[in-house]
Design a binder for this molecule. Structure first.
Ligand code: NAD
Length: 282
């Protein structure tokens, strides 16, 4: 993890800036709450975990693969006096989903906030997409969010407790993404899942919202960040003229996770520097 780039378009070597993730934290806004964040060993998920902890939540850091990333997240939280625990759980596996929720309750005795952040993308021309790649993208981005939300909600309903679910979708829940058809389909599915659950779970006092980022500096965009020409073409389409940061996404998530957002459910919140609105007549 490194420091914030000195100018917005100067890219950092590493994705998550701990200080930026905490900079605007509202102390104690999430005190007493327990939050599960999936894919919290890197990028946006890491910043969200750090931000929620900085606002007083106890955080469950879910990860697969890189244990060092989860350790980085945990250490950053501990150094600031926060509380977190790490659970390795693949959101595409039902047994892991059950384990993630069970360990949350074993460790902290409750669950209040679920952030479905884990996501993958696989680029290919539509006619070249393999079944394996399609399954991976849909299983992580949509099935994982679906069944983890189900496991999370079952506990809340049984205990008659309120809760908040935030899905990290994408501008591509609405905006086309040629050569990434499975990704766009998965995020579009997440949009309707959120709307459906907001209505079905509202009577149980469980709120569901999506945060839809545009182009954010994280590992998922490595090939884009490495390709100066492609990057410049993208920046030309962003009215604010820069990519966003994980910390900026985390700030919106913290608000949606809090009681301050008590009347907010069933909506997508776009965070994209104006990208999605940027259409010009010739
Ligand atoms: P990232 O690659 O750093 O984060 C994705 C995380 O998901 C990783 O930590 C990865 O290990 C985890 N993950 C993948 N498969 C998993 C599984 N089966 N179980 C548990 N965890 C799994 O990239 P990011 O940009 O931080 O992406 C986070 C989310 O934000 C994703 O859902 C992505 O689609 C979304 N998003 C990112 C951008 C962007 O520009 N970076 C834009 C829009 C939406």
């Amino acid at each position: 993890m490194s420091s914030e780039p000195s100018s917005p378009n100067q890219l950092p070597n590493q994705p998550t800036d701990i200080n930026a993730a905490r900079k605007f934290a509202v102390p104690n806004r999430l005190a007493g709450k327990v939050a599960i964040v999936t894919g919290a060993s890197s990028g946006i998920g890491q910043a969200i975990a750090i931000r929620l902890a900085a606002e007083g939540a106890k955080v469950v850091i879910d990860y697969i693969g890189r244990a060092e990333g989860a350790e980085d997240t945990s250490q950053a939280i501990a150094q600031a006096g926060g509380t977190a625990t790490i659970v390795q759980a693949d959101v595409t596996k039902m047994a892991d989903i059950e384990k993630l929720v069970a360990e949350t309750y074993n460790r902290f005795g409750r669950g209040d906030i679920l952030v479905n952040n884990a996501g993958v993308e696989k680029g290919a021309d539509f006619w070249e997409v393999t079944e394996a790649d399609y399954d991976l993208v849909m299983n992580v981005n949509l099935k994982g969010a679906f069944f983890l939300s189900q496991a999370f909600v079952r506990r809340l309903i049984a205990a008659k407790q309120p809760g908040r679910i935030i899905n990290i979708s994408s501008v591509h829940e609405d905006m086309v993404f040629p050569h990434f058809a499975s990704y766009a389909a998965s995020k579009g599915g997440l949009r309707m899942l959120m709307r459906n659950l907001a209505v079905e779970l509202g009577p149980h006092n469980i709120a569901v919202n999506n945060v839809a980022p545009g182009a954010i500096i994280t590992p998922i965009n490595k090939s884009l960040l490495d390709n100066k020409q492609q990057l410049q073409a993208l920046l030309n389409n962003i009215p604010l003229g820069r990519m966003g940061t994980s910390a900026e996404v985390a700030g919106l998530v913290a608000y949606l996770a809090s009681e301050e957002a008590g009347y907010v459910t069933g909506s997508t919140f776009i965070l994209d520097g104006g990208l999605i609105r940027n259409y010009h007549e010739q």
